[in-house]
Design a protein around this ligand. Structure first.
Ligand code: AMP
Length: 110
């Protein structure tokens, strides 16, 4: 059995989150402790614990998250941003559900 993390519970809408984007493959929501004026987390609907656990079958997922983040930024007119994966506890990963940090000094247009 896979261990359920807080991001499983956000994905399954068992706990509230500030969702900014969702489709069949990806959910994006605001980080609860933002490190920039805009700090989002992009997670795949299909669970993978970490970049360290990606297999040939799931290796498309990191690229898919980046592509969704890029499209989101384009649509929202965000010119510049930073994308980060923390990998493993030693790499600063606290939540063992693969996620892409999206940080920008620009806020989302209201
Ligand atoms: P990481 O250190 O890469 O595992 O990042 C986990 C991120 O998840 C941190 O930046 C936390 O602030 C964020 N986080 C933890 N719990 C929640 C939550 N319930 N809603 C939104 N973001 C969260």
């Amino acid at each position: 059995m896979e261990e359920r993390t807080i991001f499983h519970r956000i994905r399954d809408k068992e706990i509230p989150s500030d969702i900014v984007f969702e489709d069949d493959e990806v959910l994006a929501f605001r980080d609860i402790h933002p490190k920039a004026p805009l700090h989002l987390l992009f997670i795949p609907k299909h669970f993978v614990a970490s970049i360290a656990d990606v297999t040939p079958e799931t290796s498309f997922i990191p690229g898919m998250l980046i592509a969704k983040a890029q499209k989101f930024a384009k649509e929202k007119g965000i010119a510049g941003y930073r994308l980060t994966f923390h990998v493993g506890k030693e790499g600063g990963q606290e939540v063992m559900y693969l996620h892409l940090h999206f940080l920008s000094d620009q806020k989302l247009p209201s």
